[in-house]
Design a protein around this ligand. Structure first.
Ligand SMILES: [Zn+2]
Length: 236
């Protein structure tokens, strides 16, 4: 990846908030940013805006593999914390890069899988114009990737998405799960998740919530009741 920034403050913020976020989610930072040029606070296509206003906005240029976003410290930013909106914009544009790189033909098998995963309908009918060939399906994909990276972190929905996306570019995705004895809170890929029940140690044995851990690892969990009480747990 080549990073071109307007200010050193943007470089620091990019490393700290963007790269570290991707690293924590274990989706394969190097792989997804391979060969990409990122401009932060600078726009190499500004002069083209007279022909197409999209060149003035944050954008991804597929032929150049180039992501252009405004400064991470746009007016919404507070002190040394970058504006969340600008971080989200980066991940949206990165989503465009990933679909151009890995999703294949419009409506192909990967698109159909993704549509099942997310419940989104595929619409390839409209395009803004020839210079900026985005369709509703492409925008939905970029928005969904952005949400998977920046959004709330419910288990197992977000984890299912992260696993699916990572596999798209050949990453063997395994979450990092941190549990604390006696604490009703866990960290999954560095993000805090509430638990129904805390892990416990009883007579030298550690008891952990089986549904939570199984779902984090991508398994489905069912309880089979007998006489109204759960008798069997089935993990598939
Ligand atoms: Zn877009």
């Amino acid at each position: 990846m080549k990073l071109i920034v307007a200010t050193e403050r943007d470089r620091d913020a990019f490393n700290k908030y963007v790269l570290q976020k991707l690293d924590a989610l274990r989706v394969g930072t190097e792989k997804i940013l391979e060969g990409v040029t990122v401009y932060v606070g600078l726009n190499p296509h500004a002069e083209l805006a007279q022909f197409n206003p999209n060149n003035r906005r944050p954008h991804y240029a597929p032929d150049e593999k180039c992501i252009v976003i405004p400064s991470l410290f746009w007016e919404l930013g507070q002190g040394d914390v970058p504006a969340q909106a600008e971080l989200a914009t980066f991940f949206h544009e990165l989503g465009h890069h990933l679909h151009f790189s890995y999703m294949g033909e419009d409506g192909g098998p990967k698109w159909r899988d993704w549509s099942v995963l997310t419940g989104q309908t595929l619409d390839f009918t409209k395009r803004d114009d020839l210079n900026y060939p985005r369709t509703p399906a492409y925008e939905s994909f970029a928005n969904d990737f952005q949400l998977a990276i920046t959004g709330a972190f419910p288990v197992p929905d977000t984890l299912r998405r992260l696993r699916w996306y990572a596999r798209l570019w050949g990453q063997d995705w395994r979450p990092r799960i941190e549990l604390y004895i006696g604490k009703q809170e866990a960290l999954v890929c560095g993000r805090k998740v509430d638990l129904d029940v805390a892990p416990l140690i009883i007579k030298g044995r550690t008891l952990v919530p089986v549904r939570f851990i199984s779902e984090c690892l991508g398994f489905d969990v069912d309880w089979e009741p007998k006489w109204g009480y759960p008798e069997k747990v089935i993990i598939t």
